[in-house]
Design a protein around this ligand. Structure first.
Ligand code: AMP
Ligand code: GLY
Length: 423
């Protein structure tokens, strides 16, 4: 088979690695890819939102299957564009990707179908939102309705902070049109877990759990980022939690989408919070997580191409997902300053240390070639993943492997997986 993967970050590098393990694959292309992905795939200089060019490329190269990984093209209808051209593509269509693309949609869906989530109100005008805040309880959470690179969520401890937040989102439009509408939500406390799943429209199969670290600095301080590191499995995702979510969240979400005429095929990522009143949905994503994918896929035993095809063809019930009985930890190496201002273009040294080392992976998130060298090209630069028999062993291995890499302004959190010590 010839496969085209759309995207160019750490998640896509992990996907490219997993896809290239499949016996079915003769040739893998990636648009646009990055310097790490280039070792596994032929990178093509087409942006993820250039649907016409992507479709033409897929026709020209007779691509058998396209995998669309990032949220923006999914929400904008990339899969629809391929299907309209008679091509096979993995991922939700536009009318289903709205599960992530609109927080107001997903909250209304959960309310209608009785899926546990935080209480909320939706506002289309700043005036109404500000009036609501007068009698609200704090802390409170403000969310831009649309896609905002995972950064359109403000947790406000006081009324004044919340008022400023409404201004930032709705009047100053810091996240553009994503803030035309906002969701104001009850603040929940508890441990967060990421659960990825494959869905074929009717059947849902759950992958192993993971936990992300969204804040930039140790001790969960600093600004929200795309994710600074992950571990898998989450020891807090117990059998009891799993049973509750299977009964109250997972299948109900798939059925609700079908009921709404928005059949979902692809990956649903459940962002869960384990509150003292039971697990609740924080958010849905309509795609693989980044950097969750970097710890989940290295532990997956299945041929991922089989799963993609089963999802598209509606026969996921025939597939048994299997994961290794071990653990993985990913530590993100970022450019100092991320998610604020940072510099790029610095040579990355030490990548060769990962060659043929079983259980160690270096996934490129932001890298490119320059004069025959690989240089930094983003806020998140690399994801260093290591496996181990236990979470503690995996964490020690991952931190050891971070020492193999060097580049100017290298920054990482030193407490990825600290929660493991509480178990
Ligand atoms: P989201 O993009 O909706 O997942 O929000 C980003 C992050 O904000 C989450 O991972 C949580 O850490 C936090 N968050 C979102 N909603 C809530 C909530 N209702 N209560 C507490 N924290 C929240
Ligand atoms: N790691 C969180 C996300 O992919 O949205």
């Amino acid at each position: 088979m010839k496969i085209l993967l759309v995207g160019g970050g750490g998640r896509e590098h992990a996907l490219a690695w997993k896809i290239s393990q499949s016996d079915k694959v003769d040739k893998l292309y990636c648009a646009p890819g990055n310097a790490g992905i280039a070792e596994l795939a032929e990178c093509v200089d087409i942006g993820v939102m250039e649907f016409d060019k992507l479709v033409n490329f897929a026709k020209e190269k007779q691509i058998d299957l396209t995998v669309v990984a990032p949220d923006d093209p999914l929400a904008a209808g990339a899969v629809d564009a391929f299907e309209q051209a008679g091509l096979r593509a993995f991922g939700p269509r536009k009318n289903a990707a709205i599960l992530e693309g609109s927080k107001a949609f997903s909250k209304d869906l959960m309310k209608k179908y009785n899926i546990p989530t935080a209480a909320y109100e939706t506002f289309d005008s700043a005036e109404d939102a500000l009036a609501y805040l007068e009698t609200a309880e704090f802390p409170i959470v403000l969310k831009a309705d649309g896609l905002a690179l995972g950064k359109g969520v403000l947790i406000c401890n006081t009324k004044d902070e919340a008022k400023d937040g409404v201004k930032t989102l709705m009047l100053d439009k810091q996240f553009g049109s994503a803030g035309n509408r906002i969701v104001v939500e009850e603040f929940m406390t508890g441990r967060e877990v990421s659960v990825l799943s494959f869905v074929d429209g009717k059947t849902i199969k759950i992958m192993t759990s993971a936990q992300d670290h969204k804040r930039a600095k140790d001790g969960d301080k600093g600004l929200n980022t795309g994710g600074m590191g992950t571990f898998s499995p989450s020891p807090f995702y117990t059998e009891e939690v799993d049973a509750f979510c299977r009964e109250n969240i997972y299948q109900k979400t798939v059925d609700a989408m079908r009921e709404e005429g928005r059949e979902f095929k692809g990956v649903i990522f459940f962002g869960l919070m384990l509150t003292d009143k039971g697990p609740k949905v924080l958010e849905y994503n309509a795609r693989f997580g980044d950097p969750e994918t970097q710890v989940v896929l290295p532990r997956m035993k299945n041929d991922i191409v089989d799963i993609f095809e089963a999802c598209i063809d509606g026969r996921l019930d025939e597939i048994e997902l299997e994961f290794e009985d071990n653990a993985a930890v990913c530590v993100v190496l970022a450019s100092d300053g991320y998610p604020g201002h940072y510099e790029k273009g610095y040579e990355i040294k030490g990548l060769e240390n990962f060659k043929s080392k079983d259980g160690y992976y270096v996934f490129h998130a932001g890298s490119r070639f320059e004069d025959g060298k690989i240089v930094t090209n983003g806020g998140r630069v690399l994801g260093v993943t290591a496996k181990g028999d236990t979470l503690k062993e995996a964490r020690a291995n991952a931190y050891e492997a971070t020492k193999w890499i060097d580049f100017a302004n290298k920054y990482m959190r030193n407490d990825i997986g600290k929660a493991i010590d509480e178990v």
